[in-house]
Write a protein that binds this ligand. Structure first.
Ligand code: FES
Length: 123
């Protein structure tokens, strides 16, 4: 796989996350993030309810075939373009890992977990 042939990435955005500073009546920060995301070709956006990272939300997971999966937290609506940038980096990665170099800062400090590829599926 080369950078000229990116692999599609699915972005799961938790729409039920609250920002710690939001009041109970405020629109959910996760829903605001999902609304701010504009997925380009090669990135599929899926809204989900709870990724199990509620205490460190808003949360997003990224999955690609033959590559590592990532969970990020501590995001907000202003991070939509950084999330998309990370998804494109993951999709273009030759080894299935999201490169550290060039990764948006919010996806460096917001890394919650990364999960290896399913065995037997090549990157
Ligand atoms: S409500 Fe968003 S991770 Fe649980």
């Amino acid at each position: 796989m080369t950078e000229s042939h990116p692999v599609p990435v699915t972005l799961f955005v938790c729409t039920t996350c609250r920002h710690p500073e939001d009041g109970p009546e405020a629109p959910r920060a996760g829903a605001r993030l999902a609304a701010a995301l504009h997925a380009p070709e090669g990135v599929e956006l899926r809204e989900v309810e709870c990724l199990g990272n509620c205490r460190r939300g808003p949360s997003v997971a990224m999955v690609r075939e033959g590559g590592w999966s990532y969970v990020f937290g501590g995001l907000d609506a202003a991070d939509g373009s950084a999330v998309v940038e990370g998804a494109l980096l993951l999709g273009a990665s030759a080894d299935g890992l999201m490169p550290w170099r060039g990764r948006p800062e919010v996806l460096k400090r917001g890394l919650i977990a990364r999960i290896p590829p399913v065995p037997g599926i090549a990157a």
